[in-house]
Design a protein around this ligand. Sequence first.
Ligand SMILES: NC(=O)c1ccc[n+]([C@@H]2O[C@H](COP(=O)([O-])OP(=O)(O)OC[C@H]3O[C@@H](n4cnc5c(N)ncnc54)[C@H](O)[C@@H]3O)[C@@H](O)[C@H]2O)c1
Length: 431
Amino acid sequence: MSSGASDAAAWSRIAEPARAASGHQAIEWARRRSPVLDGMVRRRLSDGSLEGRRVAVVVHLEAKTALLATVLADAGAVVVAAGSNPWSTRDDVAAALVERGIQVHATRGSTVEEWEKDLLAVADTGPEFIIDDGAELTIRMARDRPEQYAAVRGVSEETTTGVARLVQLHERDGLPMPAIAANDAKLKHLFDNRYGTGQSTVQAILQLTNLRLPGKRVVVVGYGWVGRGIATYCAGLGARVTAVEVDPVKALEAHTDGHDVADIAAALAAADIVITATGGLRAVSEGHAAALRDGVVLANAGHHDHEIDVPALRALAVAEEEVRPGVTQLDLDGKHVYVLAEGALVNIAGGLGHPIEIMDLSFSVQALGCHLLAAADASGEPLPPGVHDFPVELDDAIARAKLASRGISLDALDVSQTDTLSELFSGEEAS
Ligand SMILES: NC(=O)c1ccc[n+]([C@@H]2O[C@H](COP(=O)([O-])OP(=O)(O)OC[C@H]3O[C@@H](n4cnc5c(N)ncnc54)[C@H](O)[C@@H]3O)[C@@H](O)[C@H]2O)c1
């Protein structure tokens, strides 16, 4: 074992160091299918901006995330990793990262208390930059480690809920550093939230239940980017979709996309499968229990484990049993309700997570976001505190690199193809 690996092993908290081999295999499988992160992004990161900088990566700890952590470490960063949800950690991948000299604080299925302790262990390493998911590390540092928090030089945030939390922190005067809204990059939410979550959520539900979708009534609660993607995949596989929305424009969008739209009570009364994707809390709670049908399957794709209020439904249950791995049967007033993956993100905690090709885009955004923060910091002109957009030119660079990896080239407009006012006003041809 190298000295880096033995130091990482001494400082880490992982479950199964002996399982590193299959973790390395999974990371290598992801690397070979991530041409942008492993190519163009790697090259951009090699300019020395990240050399010796401490970077915390707190994202669902599985193979694609481990590849991101490895690319950052190869660029010279001192990386520490933890999971953004205790149910999504892969212990073999955590072990492989430690063998690569990266300190890890994560074990699958740890209690909320253990998971929070892991996050604070990461905070105590004094990260200068955070690649966060749901702002889980950032908000805990703001609350519990104010000294280390004040020293953070920048955050790059993965998801819708995390960006909303960072905006709230900023409004409360609680964000003393710049944060990049990686989620809002086109190359993130248009692909990851919509297609990645759409495919992987449906895949996970079918895998966990061994059911099929044709003819089933699927209720999608929340018709944002995630809900829309899930609805598209469900309809594509033959389900009849009802969208539940509180935003009238998005509800109309769902209707125009060809789905039924209803309020939650009416929708639940007909549902075979309910999938939440709201980014909020208690979209399905004890007040909805009476409307649930016998045999209904409940799955969550939003960031919070409490979109489906599992503790509240549990409190109403007279009995419960894990009837298949990842499927909990609750006996409610004479009917059975099935909760998948304990109400955690079903596609990640109960499935394989997003397809690798999608995370190649999302993590290219995250890596370049972190690089941008570090390069600006090193130049002596850091970005100002607050939440910043991801630069359009970096979005374009990622899209071009992805297309090039598929052998696709694009045309460029020449000036004669561009509509200009001068042509209209003077009748002159554009030169
Ligand atoms: N599972 C994954 O892999 C994954 C991937 C990306 C994002 N996410 C998470 O999924 C959630 C949704 O993300 P998004 O990008 O679609 O957000 P979004 O803001 O685009 O959409 C959420 C929608 O839910 C609606 N909504 C909120 N509460 C509701 C309620 N109680 N009933 C009905 N509608 C309600 C909102 O009006 C909004 O239209 C977030 O928590 C995000 O962080 C998960």
